[in-house]
Design a protein around this ligand. Sequence first.
Ligand code: FE2
Length: 292
Amino acid sequence: MTSDAPPIDPDIRYRKIDRVIPGQPTSDGAGVRLTRYIGSQSLSELDPFLLLDFFESDNPDDYLAGFPSHPHRGFETVTYLLAGKMRHQDSAGHNGVIEAGGVQWMTAGRGIVHSEMPEQENGRLAGFQLWVNLPATEKYCEPAYHEYPQSQVPVEKRGDGVVIRVITGHTSGGISGPVSGIATRPLYLDVALSPGAQLKESTDEQHAAFIFVIQGQVDVIADQERSTLVAAQLGVLSEGNRVQFNAGGSGSRFLLVAAQPLNEPIVRYGPFVMNTRAQIEQAVRDFKSGRF
Ligand code: FE2
């Protein structure tokens, strides 16, 4: 028997789209309008990811209220801005402004109280906040920051219409992001594809992974299967050690994010994410008595 189809390599397992999450419009903080993808009714978590919010507006009424002083314990918050400026300030004396293309990876650990406020009164504000869980052994670690402006986020330009901004993890082209030493060994890429361009990348096989389409549309290709995602959709990817994405006719921009699942109990109560109910009660007591 002969076939023209290329042989299937048993060592390559392409990730497919398991689920498409449309996002749930909501508001948070003091009244910031946003769309929640992870931590929503349709996807409560994607271990180790606890929450993904996307905010995008050129109407100041949607964002001016910001996120005044609030605590976190037990996980990491990752802010990546596409447009505009956000100022953050915290109980440890940390203060700074994240601008478009910049990232702040904050490890809340045993506890931090901070505010995240728009540093603008008009114009477009757009970006993401992702929450990444910490393993039980690190939930009480000292708070820590990785913060990098756009100029310190390396850009890999491939000759075939592929441009990758590498925030953390590394690409097959050998580019590593500036955020390092994170417990769940994450990959966080902001990928731009020219019309018809293709991205092929390796991924850690057991890591949880998703793609979020910022602009245009993208086909996720796994052997004979092809699923199309459009802007503002999140696709949960199956396990696998390879991804293949093809841009539509107007090109595409998307996030590709992956990390190691923790497979530990998750008990969440607002801004506290711990392993047991007793730890949550302790967090509330500690916060109320000013021990953060
Ligand atoms: Fe926060």
